[in-house]
Write a protein that binds this ligand. Structure first.
Ligand SMILES: Nc1ncnc2c1ncn2[C@@H]1O[C@H](COP(=O)(O)OP(=O)(O)OP(=O)(O)O)[C@@H](O)[C@H]1O
Length: 241
């Protein structure tokens, strides 16, 4: 059994002619919920794209479930929900999920299972174009849950959702982790950080911290993870000066 779900070594990525990830090295243990947090533009989506294998990398290694990122063998093992929902607007929720399920070779009743899991049972026969923003992102999340992914990579899955739905989705994420699924979830909402088992805090293309919320609180001497993040930035800037 390979112990890490994701492993990167000195990962560097250029976008738009400049380096946006500056040599990232980290490991995500299996069965863990890892929060990828940091301000807008720090490189979260770029890192996620490298993990799911759709990003050209300049140098370094990205290994997913023991295999090179992006390989055909990983297609069924990795579920990915992008920030922009990737479902067909002229099909119903159920039709979309049946279609994606068949592409993946998932059992036919899987579509109904994932619809229940994301709380879209009432909207199952609704055309996607008529869904609200939150429903649309849940439809996209449902597609990532099809089959039996061992790693779920979710780019800001709770953006625009009300607190009750966010709570329900986090319960689902924990249930999945309890079943051994690894989740890598990006967010720029610090209150979601406390719900993760581990945190990767990013800023300007580097990792500021890779630790548990508890260890981060202890290290920075504050219970507030937002404040902890600010203290880490100040610490780094002091070290640079
Ligand atoms: N297609 C592109 N061409 C040029 N630069 C890009 C491109 N995509 C992203 N970038 C740049 O790469 C950097 C990292 O972007 P990325 O989307 O990974 O950030 P992010 O942390 O996910 O941001 P957000 O939270 O706003 O989604 C940013 O400076 C961004 O401007």
């Amino acid at each position: 059994m390979i112990s890490s779900a994701v492993k990167t070594v000195d990962l560097r990525v250029d976008r738009g002619g400049r380096e946006v990830l500056h040599g990232l090295t980290f490991e995500v243990p299996r069965g863990e919920i890892v929060g990828l947090l940091g301000p807008s533009g720090c490189g979260k989506t770029t890192l996620i794209r490298a993990v799911v294998g759709v990003q050209i990398v300049k140098s370094g290694d990205v290994t997913v479930l023991g295999l090179p990122a992006g390989g055909a063998d990983l297609r069924r093992l990795v579920g990915y929900a992008t920030q922009t929902p990737a479902v067909y607007s002229d099909l119903t929720v159920l039709e979309n999920l049946r279609y994606f399920g068949s592409v993946l070779g998932a059992p036919r009743d899987d579509a109904d299972r994932v619809i229940e899991e994301v709380g879209l049972a009432k909207e199952r026969d609704q055309v996607v174009a008529t869904l609200s923003g939150g429903q649309l992102s849940r439809a996209s999340l449902a597609a990532a849950l099809l089959g039996t992914p061992e790693l779920l990579v979710l780019d800001e899955p709770t953006v625009g959702l009300d607190p009750v739905l966010r709570q329900e989705l986090w319960e689902l994420f924990h249930e999945l982790a309890d079943r051994g699924v690894t989740l890598m979830i990006s967010s720029h909402v610090m209150d979601e950080a406390a719900r993760c088992g581990r945190l990767l805090l990013m800023r300007e293309g580097v990792i500021l911290a890779d630790d548990t919320p508890g260890a981060l609180r202890a290290h920075t001497g504050t219970d507030d993870l937002e404040e902890a993040f600010l203290r880490l930035i100040a610490e780094r800037e002091e070290a640079r000066a």
